[in-house]
Ligand binder design. Structure first.
Ligand code: GLN
Length: 457
């Protein structure tokens, strides 16, 4: 089988076409299904759809950016006529009635959708252990987690089963698993990629983004999926050349991100940047220390509203038909997982009369302060470098019974979501044979500046 770990899209395309699309994909699916038994990165494969897409691209231009290339999709992104579970029992039998905009774009670019990958239920989690179906294992050590919530996509790519795929990132769910699996993962500027067809968790923070084995492939996938979409009113135009400013002079290291950081992780990051031809400057983000508090107020509030539709009536499996309240209570009680319920309860409380001002409104003010903090820093520097995760990939079961410990996994990734900023995880090496990543955070719409620096590193 092709080595997806060391090849980029142009070479993969060449190899596939040399073999012939049908022949390649027949052998590929056999190999893939077998390989994935050890890792559980996929919830299911979409073989029929893949062969249908192969037929369709035969009449298309061979120079399309993803022509014939396998792509895996996190199972909270809708693919028409295919199951979409969001990692939850409540959507176990849900069939998507339409394509997410990103799926239309991938198909139009010649991409072949090979399967839906595992995730924490409704993308709530940092280890993929909250999936209602099975945990995914880290490709570098099967006793450890792949990170989450996009742990299925990150494992599939990190293990070389596929070279590119989609994840979603609300508080770090693309970057942290990318870091744990030694791959690239981008959370784009809020609005650059349409969210139409993404099962909503926390709409003001959610963002679909590309994950890949190489920076070039990540950029190719980003170019395919970005762009304004009539169906997502929060989406923005990114085709304007004027905003593609790539000039870099100064790079900022926020002291708050590095002061208590594990020394080994810190040193690895610092050695990666010491030879850069830019001025490196310490900067300070005063309110960053409240990011987790802010996130865990706003996110559950939005979760409680977004997940109200899974009641066994409008969406989801139904339990007990006898009376209205029982349908509600028993369906949600039986088919939603523990972490999802925890957040719905917290969110409902935060939004309730008398608490709204004390919690939700305060958190909104804090969010604005964190955004302004970043804007002030971007007056001094062009890009920010930060760790992605405070720890190495942890053991399965290590944090699952301690939600607060688990929430701290996203301490360095959440700020970019709160401020709407683009941030990229790049793999920087290994400590004790486990992958380490670092983030480049840019100002709004500065994706190409981030790519420029990532290329140098
Ligand atoms: N781990 C974070 C959470 O549990 C982020 C999840 C995400 O980005 N989808 O909310």
């Amino acid at each position: 089988m092709i080595n997806f770990k060391n090849l980029e899209i142009p070479q993969i395309k060449e190899e596939i076409l040399k073999k012939g699309l049908e022949k390649f994909y027949k052998e590929y699916f056999e190999w893939l299904k077998d390989e994935d038994k050890k890792l559980n990165s996929f919830l299911f494969f979409t073989e029929d759809l893949a062969f249908k897409l192969i037929k369709e691209i035969k009449n298309k231009d061979i120079n399309l950016p993803l022509y014939g290339i396998p792509v895996c999709i996190k199972d909270n992104i809708l693919v028409k006529d295919i199951k979409c579970t969001a990692g939850s029992k409540i959507l176990e039998n849900y069939i998507a009635p339409y394509n997410a905009t990103v799926i239309d774009k991938i198909i139009n670019a010649g991409g072949i959708i090979i399967g839906k990958t595992n995730l924490d239920e409704f993308a709530m989690g940092s280890s993929t252990e909250n999936s209602a179906f099975k945990p995914t294992l880290n490709p570098f050590d099967q006793k450890r987690v792949p990170g989450g919530s996009s742990g299925g996509t990150s494992t599939a790519i990190g293990a070389g089963l596929v070279s590119i795929g989609l994840g979603s990132d609300t508080g770090g769910s693309i970057r942290q698993p990318a870091s744990f699996c030694n791959i690239y993962g981008l959370k784009p500027t809020y609005g650059i990629v349409s969210r139409y067809g993404l099962i909503a968790m926390s709409s003001s923070l959610d963002q679909i983004g590309p994950m890949a084995n190489s920076l070039n492939d990540l950029i190719s996938l980003f170019e395919v999926i970005k762009g304004k979409d009539k169906k997502d009113s929060t989406s923005i135009d990114f085709n304007n050349e004027k905003i593609i400013n790539r000039e870099i002079k100064k790079i900022g290291l926020p002291i708050e991100f590095f002061e208590n950081l594990d020394n080994k992780i810190k040193n690895l990051i610092l050695t990666k940047i010491e030879k850069l031809p830019y001025e490196i400057k310490e900067v300070s983000l005063r309110y960053i220390k409240y990011s987790i508090h802010c996130y865990y107020l706003l996110m559950p509030a939005e979760v409680s509203a977004n997940l109200a539709r899974y009641d066994g009536i409008r969406y989801g499996q139904r339990e007990n038909e006898e009376n209205f309240w029982n349908i509600y209570k028993l369906s949600r009680g039986k088919f939603l997982g523990k972490e999802v319920k925890r957040r719905i309860i917290i969110g409902t409380f935060i939004l309730s009369h008398g608490y709204y001002e004390a919690y939700y409104l305060q958190a909104q003010k804090l969010r604005r302060a964190i955004y302004e903090d970043f804007q002030n820093v971007f007056k001094e520097v062009d890009l920010i470098i930060a760790p992605t995760s405070p720890t190495l990939p942890f053991k399965l079961g290590e944090k699952i019974d301690n939600p607060l410990e688990m929430y701290l996994s996203d301490i360095f990734t959440i700020p970019a979501n709160l401020a709407g900023l683009p941030a990229l995880n790049i793999p920087v090496g290994f400590i004790d044979n486990l992958p380490v990543g670092m983030q480049i955070i840019g100002n709004l719409l500065d994706e190409y500046k981030i790519f420029e620096l990532a290329k140098l590193i």
